[in-house]
Design a protein. Structure first.
Length: 299
């Protein structure tokens, strides 16, 4: 019996790792599609279509997850709203920064959100900051500086500033997810975020809008579908396996982003940027195997 149990656990772990790798590929596709349209459309419009086209798959999962009325009555509206607003800010800022930074570097910077959680959690959650986590955060932030390495020109700061801000908002979202009532399942959380995000970004279209071509509209539709698929696959994976098992594989999206960036835009990583990416990933994994797993990229 023990042998069978160990075998089943190993199979479950392998299955979860496979789901994570596929979900990270989905997120990398979202990054690439987002960069393609972010070069031509305002970030609020890209975010709007990412939300809009994600409603149907999110709704389908929500309706299959149990009693609708009971979950609506018990939903933590305030907690879900704060979480949705912070994650929406992270998503919008990510798309705003994409046109200015190579894709792989943009993804690496945003993944530093786990490091910002270390800094913010003692203040917002009253958690103790361990020496190990403090050192990991310091190493990770050195990596961010090596990736960003802006010069004195204002233009060099725009993209990194948006992306670092996106990481901060992503960290706030990760912290807020711990505050939401346990009765709210992942289907409720994803659907609430998608619907509220669609409503808010839809209002902003009166400020910044460019009518998309049929091709670009199809690209943004794919963006929404891949983003929702990635979130759902990631959610299933983290329910089946431990954080320490899955954490290293969540950063495979940086590998995919590097490949997409090179193939589509001819982007390459310099030596300093490569060292920075390694430091960010290593420090984030060190934190992830000690703490709870991330909830997945904001985009």
């Amino acid at each position: 019996m023990c042998f069978v149990s160990i075998k089943e656990k190993r199979q479950t772990a392998i299955h979860s790792i496979g789901l994570v790798v596929i979900s990270m590929f989905c997120f990398a596709v979202v990054d690439a599609l987002g960069k393609a349209v972010a070069l031509r459309y305002p970030p609020n419009e890209v975010t709007f279509f990412r939300m809009l086209f994600g409603i149907v798959p999110a709704l389908a999962v929500y309706l299959r997850s149990g009693s609708v009325l009971a979950r609506l009555r018990s939903m933590d509206v305030r907690g879900q709203t704060v979480r949705a607003l912070t994650l929406l800010g992270a998503s919008g800022l990510f798309f705003a920064g994409l046109p200015y930074v190579p894709l792989s570097e943009a993804v690496a910077i945003v993944y530093s959100e786990a490091l910002f959680v270390i800094v913010l959690a003692p203040v917002l959650l009253k958690e103790r900051l361990s020496a190990t986590n403090a050192i990991a955060a310091l190493v990770g932030f050195v990596g961010v500086l090596l990736v960003v390495r802006p010069d004195s020109s204002q233009a060099s700061w725009i993209g990194p500033l948006f992306l670092v801000s996106s990481a901060v908002f992503g960290a706030l979202s990760m912290i807020q997810i711990r505050r939401i009532r346990k009765s709210d399942d992942s289907g409720t959380t994803v659907l609430f975020f998608t619907c509220l995000g669609t409503l808010i970004t839809g209002v902003t279209l009166v400020v910044a809008w460019r009518t998309p071509s049929a091709t670009d509209l199809a690209v943004m539709a794919l963006l929404g579908v891949f983003a929702t698929a990635g979130q759902l696959l990631f959610t299933v994976a983290v329910r089946q396996a431990a954080a320490a098992t899955l954490a290293p594989y969540t950063y495979t999206s940086i590998i995919w982003a590097t490949l997409f960036g090179y193939i589509v835009w001819g982007e390459t990583l310099g030596m300093f940027a490569l060292i920075g990416v390694v430091l960010i990933v290593a420090s984030s994994i060190a934190v992830a195997v000690r703490e709870q797993p991330p909830e997945g990229p904001a985009f």
